[in-house]
Design a protein around this ligand. Structure first.
Ligand code: 2AM
Length: 184
């Protein structure tokens, strides 16, 4: 099973992203856009794991989340991996307090302790919007036109979810395997 931990994006922030996705789709770019149901901010990607490991991963996620309260987050700027000049993964940045980085770091270290290597790249909190199809490209800075097309909605991250990514013909579907309330 393929697992990752993240914060679901709900309510008004989610609606804003759904509206932005509708604008982006109008461009007919060669992009696979994400499903609207599963919008989330990934904090730790565990990858493909044997189902027997689920329990120890749940334990590590619970431990990492201990002491974390609700997080004041906000929609931020658009961006792309590997860079805005060479967009392949299109995303919307998420602004957050240092407690968000702390939680991400605790998940990385908790994961490392049970055999999952850390990412090795700096944490760039984001919600993936779409991925450019193999063999295609977008013009450099393609997202610049869209910076004015959405509001920087503030929102509260109240849950940390361990998701299972289930591959379907319509793209991955994210099922929650564990939901923790951030209530410290
Ligand atoms: P992304 O948001 O940057 O695309 C499920 O695939 C989630 O895990 C996605 O949100 C994805 O990040 C994240 N993820 C992180 N590292 C990944 C990797 N190496 N392969 C696939 N997904 C990864």
């Amino acid at each position: 099973m393929r697992l990752f931990a993240g914060i679901p994006i709900v309510d008004e922030a989610r609606r804003e992203i759904v509206a932005l996705l509708a604008h982006l789709r109008e461009r007919d770019w060669p992009v696979r856009w994400v499903r609207e149901e599963g919008l989330h901010l990934t904090l730790k990607f565990f990858g493909e794991v044997a189902p027997e490991r689920l329990e120890v991963i749940e334990e590590a996620v619970r431990f990492a989340a201990q002491g974390t309260g609700a997080l004041a987050l906000g929609l931020d700027q658009l961006g792309a991996f590997p860079s805005a000049a060479r967009p392949r993964v299109l995303w919307l940045g998420i602004a957050g307090p240092s407690a968000l980085e702390l939680l991400q770091d605790r998940l990385e270290r908790g994961g490392e302790a049970i055999g999952f290597p850390p990412e090795g790249t700096p944490f760039q909190p984001h919600v993936t919007l779409g991925r450019v199809r193999e063999g295609h490209r977008l013009p450099p800075r393609a997202l610049d036109d869209f910076e004015e097309q959405y509001a920087r909605v503030p929102f509260v991250g109240t849950r940390l979810v361990l998701y299972e990514s289930v591959l379907t013909t319509g793209g991955p579907r994210y099922d929650s395997r564990l939901t923790l309330e951030l209530t410290a």
